[in-house]
Design a protein around this ligand. Structure first.
Ligand code: SAH
Ligand code: SF4
Length: 370
């Protein structure tokens, strides 16, 4: 890590920023004021949040701002570009990590009731799921707590509505970056005021870390990416299933639900002719029976780089859902958002990396223009 990342204050909690103030020879309450600017004065017109500059922290004396400015950095990310889907208001932001220019992406998904954001936890991902564009990139590196929190601050600066929900479903596998992700979750909850129940962590199924997360006893929502109801098929789609087969994964999921009292969600990407038969749905219903868990079906979003799969038609999706529903399982279907701007997992970065224009007919927007 470079100094600029290490010295950033974004990603530290109020107590740590107070300590930083004391180390700089200032009273601790000056640190509380900085934390206030970073995490709670979120609208751009307030001068806080993403892009905050010590110069804008107008309730701090000039000498204090200068001292902070000499010792610490604020941003950990630079916004490269943001695109808005004109149909549904989805904003997809591409940002680069300040230390090496690695691209990452995050998405804002507003609807009538809530404003959700989808954040990345790694640059790339080492898991290599065959249908996933991020999986084809391999892992560049883990994101720091500051880089995860900065995505939230960045997206909040692009809207006048308050973000209410967070999903860790962007690039990367959150449970392979456990400490940084957990600290980011705590900052988003305690410092930024996002209810723990409104935070969803999606994992491909890193069994030891699901067990570790259970011990934290947080009220967040755990989503587990299943995609197949038996080991043969799952290993083909999700290679880490070789290390953590379904028997171990389901044990951990049941333990997690018991320990935390929270209902799990199982994600299931529907791939035409591969895992979308009614028989697969029956097998899935048996696998998760008695857990009170919900299934989130996700029609496959074609990518240009991952192994080519087909997207099932609506009739097949409905038939699959019905088998689960008849077995008493709550089924949700991921809303199609931002399709015009390639808002599927890993796609924006991949497209940009190939220097191809993203949705050509869409206007590019910047933070100032939104
Ligand atoms: N690594 C974590 C979280 C990021 S992926 C995980 O795998 O759970 C978030 C979700 O997007 C996962 O359920 C993943 O399977 C899904 N996804 C990845 N590529 C997709 C695609 N091309 N179409 C639809 N869903 C996809
Ligand atoms: Fe990684 Fe999740 Fe994509 Fe699998 S689906 S490669 S775990 S980001």
């Amino acid at each position: 890590m470079t100094d600029s990342i290490r010295e950033s204050l974004v990603g530290r909690n109020t107590e740590e920023i107070r300590e930083a103030a004391v180390e700089a020879g200032l009273p601790a309450y000056r640190g509380s004021q900085v934390a206030e600017w970073l995490y709670r004065k979120l609208q751009p017109e307030m001068g806080g949040g993403f892009g905050a500059d010590f110069a804008t922290m107008t309730d701090l004396p000039q000498s204090v701002r200068q001292l902070f400015g000499e010792k610490f950095d604020l941003p950990t990310l630079a916004l490269t570009r943001a695109q808005t889907d004109p149909h549904d208001g989805t904003i997809k932001a591409l940002a680069t990590l300040i230390d090496g220019g690695h691209p990452i992406e995050c998405v804002l998904l507003p609807d009538d009731k809530r404003v959700s954001v989808c954040l990345s936890t790694q640059a790339g991902c080492p898991m290599g799921c065959t249908f996933c564009a991020t999986g084809t990139q391999g892992l560049t590196r883990n994101l720091s707590t500051g880089e995860i929190v900065a995505q939230y601050l960045l997206l909040q600066s692009l809207t006048t509505r308050r973000i209410s929900h967070i999903v860790l479903m962007g690039m990367g596998e959150p449970l392979l970056n456990y400490d940084a992700v957990l600290k980011a979750i705590r900052i988003l909850n305690v410092e930024c005021g996002i209810a723990m129940r409104h935070i969803t962590l999606s994992t491909v199924g890193i069994v030891p870390n699901i067990d570790k997360l259970a011990e934290e006893n947080l009220q967040l929502t755990l989503a587990v990416s299943l995609h197949a109801p038996n080991d043969t098929l799952r290993t083909r789609l999700v290679p880490v299933n070789k290390t953590y087969p379904l028997s171990r994964l389901m044990n951990s999921c049941r333990n997690y639900a018991r320990h935390t009292g929270r209902r799990l969600t199982f994600e299931y990407v529907l791939l035409k002719g591969v895992n979308d038969e009614p028989e697969h749905a029956r097998e899935l219903a048996l696998l998760i029976r008695g857990m009170g868990a919900a299934v989130n079906v996700i029609p496959y979003n074609p990518t240009t780089v991952a192994e080519a799969f087909g997207r099932p038609d609506q009739g097949r999706i409905v038939a699959f859902r019905q088998v689960l529903e008849h077995a008493g399982i709550v089924v949700t279907q991921r809303k199609e958002r931002g399709r015009q701007i390639a808002a599927a997992c890993g796609q924006l970065v991949t497209e940009a990396a190939r220097s191809r224009p993203m949705a050509r007919d869409l206007p590019m927007v910047t933070a100032e223009a939104v």
